[in-house]
Design a protein around this ligand. Structure first.
Ligand SMILES: Cc1cc2nc3c(=O)[nH]c(=O)nc-3n(C[C@H](O)[C@H](O)[C@H](O)COP(=O)(O)OP(=O)(O)OC[C@H]3O[C@@H](n4cnc5c(N)ncnc54)[C@H](O)[C@@H]3O)c2cc1C
Ligand code: SF4
Length: 562
C-alpha cells in the first residue's frame, strides 16, 4: 500500500459513482465529457468523478505540443467557436538534421502525409486540459484536483471497485501524523485509469491482471522541456521545428522540438529514447547542449527562460499496447501507450481513447452492468483510427533502435510510406522491440564518461535552477514516495556496475551519491522534494529497484502552461 499505513487498520468513508476516472489529462477529461454528453442525449443520469494529483488541473501536464484536432473535434465539433485554446495553426514545418556546428534542412514533402503538421495547432496541453475541465464541470462532472489516487479498492472476487484517494498527513515513518486524514474510497461501477505514462496504479493493474501477457515490452523516452519568452525579432508564431542528430550520437535515439505560439512563447524540448546504452549519458545535459547550437540558439536570442519540466513519453506503440480492460475498469490514453512516436503526438489518441471507453461504459451501465470486463472498449479500439495509425508506424521505433538515426529513421520513413499505401503491410512484418529500457543500459566500464560543458547561464543551465522554474514542492514530513525495493542496491550494485545512472537520468537532481571527506564511504541520497513526477527512475533504473508511488495530493510540480 503506497501510503504506508496498514490497510486493515484504516477506516474510510466511501463515495459512490457510476464512473471514477484517475487523472485529469486529455484522456480522463475526454472520457468524463463524453459520458455526460451521452447521458444528456439519452435523458439519463450518470455520475462521474475525476481525480487529479496536481494542485490544479494542468499542474502536472507537460507536452509539446502540436495537436492534431481530430481528438477534440470528436468531443466538440465546434471547438474553435467554443474557445478551445488551440492556436495558432501551424504555418511552417521544418525538419533539420544537426551536426555539431552545421545543419541540414530535410524537405518534409517526401514524408507520408500524416507526418505533416498542416492542419495541426500549437498549444499548451496544460491549458487545453484546464479548458476541458471547465467543459466537464459545466456538464456536471465532479473534478477533484489535489487528490492523488494512491491505492486500488478490490471486491472479494479481486475485481477493481474503486480507488483510495486523498490520504494526507502520513508521517515519515509511515504512521499517521498529527494532521492525518485517511482519505476516501471512491467506488464505481467502472474505474478508468488515465494516469498518463507509467501510471503507478496502471503498473499494479498490468502486473495483477497480466495485461501485458502476449504483448511486446513497454518502451519509453524522456522528454525535457523549457518555455521561453522571446523578443519580436526571433518570434515566428506558427513555426514548428524538429531536429535529429547532434548532440545525440547515431546510436542514441531522440530529437528536439521547438514550437512558437502564444505571447512570444517558444516551447523547446528534447526527447531521448530511454533505451540508450551509455550509462554516463545525461538527457538533461544533452538538452542544455542542444540549445547552444547556432541554429537553435538563434531562436532564443534575447529571450528569457520562464518554465522547466520533464515527463516520460510512451514509445512502445502498437506492439506494446496492453490488454485494455480488467474486471471493473479500463486503461485510457498514455496509460495504455497510445502515443504515435514518429508523429510525436499522443494527445489526440488520448482523447479518442477516452471517448471510446466512455461509450463502452455508458452502454454497459445503461444495460444494468458494472464491475465486469468492458471488452467492448478493446473491440472498439481494434476498429478505431487509433489502432490504424499505430499499426502504420509500428516499425519506425524498432528500426531506429536497430540501425541508428540516419539509416534507421530513413528506413522507418520508407516503411511508414509503404504501410500507409498498402493497408498496413510491411516487408518487416511487425518488428519486436527487444530489451526493456532498463535492460538496455550498458556497463559503466564499457563506456567513456561524458564531460558536459558548464552551463553558460544564458542558453544552458544547471538542474537546480531548472527545478526552481518547475515550482515543485513536496511536504517533507511525509514518507519518501520513491521506494527502493532493496536500499543496498544503489551503492552495492548500481554504482560499481553502472556508475549509478540515477544521478544522470533524473532531470531534477533527486538522486545523489555522496562521499565522506576522504572521498570514501559512498551513500545514496534521495532529495524527493525535487521530483517532477516524470517517472524516468521507475523505467530506467537498470536494477528495477526504484518504485515511483504517489506522494500526497497537490505535491509535485506546478506547471503554468506546459
Ligand atoms: C515532451 C513531450 C512532448 C510531447 N509532444 C506532444 C505533441 O506535440 N503533441 C501531442 O499530441 N502529444 C505530445 N506528447 C504526448 C502527450 O502529451 C500525451 O500523449 C498525452 O498527454 C497523454 O494524455 P493522458 O491523458 O493519457 O496522460 P497525461 O497527459 O499524462 O495526464 C495524466 C494526468 O493524470 C494525473 N495522475 C497520474 N497519476 C495519478 C494518480 N495516481 N492520481 C491522480 N492523478 C494522477 C497526472 O497528474 C496528469 O495530470 C508529448 C509528450 C511529452 C512528454
Ligand atoms: S525522481 Fe524519478 S520521477 Fe522524480 S524527477 Fe527524478 S527521475 Fe523523474
Amino acid at each position: 500500500m503506497s501510503e504506508g499505513v496498514e490497510r486493515e487498520t484504516v477506516e474510510r468513508e466511501s463515495m459512490e459513482y457510476d464512473v471514477v476516472i484517475v487523472g485529469a489529462g486529455p484522456a480522463g477529461l475526454s472520457a468524463a465529457i463524453r459520458l455526460k454528453q451521452l447521458a444528456q442525449a439519452a435523458g439519463a443520469e450518470v455520475s462521474v468523478a475525476v481525480l487529479e494529483k496536481g494542485s490544479e488541473v494542468g499542474a502536472h501536464i507537460l507536452s509539446g505540443a502540436v495537436i492534431d484536432p481530430v481528438g477534440i473535434a470528436e468531443l466538440f465539433p465546434h471547438w474553435k467557436e467554443r474557445g478551445a485554446p488551440l492556436e495558432p495553426a501551424v504555418t511552417e514545418d521544418r525538419f533539420v538534421m544537426l551536426g555539431p556546428q552545421s545543419s541540414l534542412g530535410i524537405p518534409t514533402w517526401p514524408m507520408p502525409g500524416f507526418m505533416h503538421n498542416k492542419g495541426n495547432y500549437i498549444a499548451s496541453l496544460a491549458n487545453v486540459c484546464r479548458w476541458l475541465a471547465q467543459q466537464a464541470e459545466a456538464l456536471g462532472v465532479e473534478v477533484y484536483p489535489g487528490m492523488a489516487a494512491s491505492d486500488l479498492v478490490l471486491d472479494e472476487a479481486g475485481a477493481v471497485k474503486g480507488v483510495v484517494a486523498g490520504v494526507f498527513g502520513v508521517g515519515k515513518d509511515g504512521t499517521p501524523g498529527p494532521d492525518y486524514q485517511p482519505g476516501v474510497e471512491l467506488l464505481a461501477k467502472y474505474t478508468f485509469i488515465g494516469e498518463g505514462v507509467r501510471g503507478s496504479l496502471a503498473k499494479v493493474l498490468k502486473a495483477k491482471f497480466g495485461l501485458h501477457e502476449g504483448r511486446d515490452v513497454e518502451k519509453y523516452g524522456i522528454g525535457i522541456k523549457e518555455l521561453w519568452q522571446v523578443p519580436d525579432e526571433v518570434f515566428r508564431p506558427g513555426l514548428v521545428v524538429h531536429t535529429v542528430g547532434w548532440p545525440l550520437d547515431e546510436k542514441t535515439g531522440g530529437g528536439s522540438f521547438m514550437y512558437h505560439f502564444g505571447d512570444h512563447y517558444v516551447a523547446i524540448g528534447m526527447v531521448v529514447h530511454l533505451n540508450y546504452k551509455n550509462p554516463w549519458l545525461s538527457p538533461f545535459d544533452e538538452f542544455q547542449r542542444l540549445k547552444t547550437h547556432p541554429d537553435v540558439r538563434k531562436y532564443l536570442e534575447g529571450g528569457k527562460r520562464i518554465a522547466y519540466g520533464a515527463r516520460a513519453v510512451s514509445e512502445g506503440g502498437f506492439q506494446s499496447v496492453p490488454k485494455l480492460y480488467f474486471p471493473g475498469g479500463v486503461l485510457v490514453g498514455d496509460s495504455a501507450g497510445f502515443m504515435n512516436v514518429p508523429r510525436i503526438k499522443g494527445s489526440h489518441n488520448a482523447m479518442r481513447s477516452g471517448v471510446l471507453a466512455a461509450q463502452a461504459a455508458f452502454a454497459a451501465i445503461q444495460a444494468g452492468r458494472g464491475g465486469d470486463e468492458l471488452s467492448e472498449y478493446e473491440d472498439a479500439y481494434n476498429r478505431s483510427g487509433i489502432r490504424k495509425e499505430l499499426f502504420t508506424v509500428r516499425n519506425a521505433k524498432p528500426l531506429w533502435t536497430r540501425f541508428g538515426t540516419t539509416v534507421g529513421a530513413g528506413l522507418g520513413m520508407i516503411d511508414m510510406w509503404c504501410a500507409s499505401l498498402l493497408g498496413g503491410f510491411s516487408v518487416f512484418g511487425t518488428l519486436k522491440h527487444g530489451k526493456t529500457d532498463a535492460q538496455a543500459t550498458g556497463l559503466a566500464k564499457d563506456y567513456e564518461p561524458i564531460v558536459y560543458p558548464k552551463p553558460d547561464g544564458v542558453f544552458s543551465f544547471d538542474k537546480l535552477s531548472s527545478v526552481f522554474l518547475s515550482n515543485t514542492n513536496h511536504d517533507e514530513s511525509q514518507p519518501c514516495h520513491l521506494k527502493l525495493k532493496d536500499p543496498s542496491v544503489p551503492i552495492e550494485v548500481n554504482l560499481p556496475k553502472y556508475g549509478e545512472p540515477a544521478r544522470l537520468y533524473c532531470p531534477a537532481g533527486v538522486y545523489e551519491v555522496l562521499y565522506d571527506d576522504n572521498g570514501q564511504n559512498p551513500r545514496f541520497q534521495i532529495n524527493f522534494q525535487n521530483c517532477v513526477h516524470c517517472k524516468t527512475c521507475d523505467i530506467k533504473d537498470p536494477s528495477q529497484n526504484i518504485v515511483w508511488t504517489t506522494p500526497q495530493g497537490g505535491d509535485g510540480p506546478n506547471y503554468p502552461n506546459m
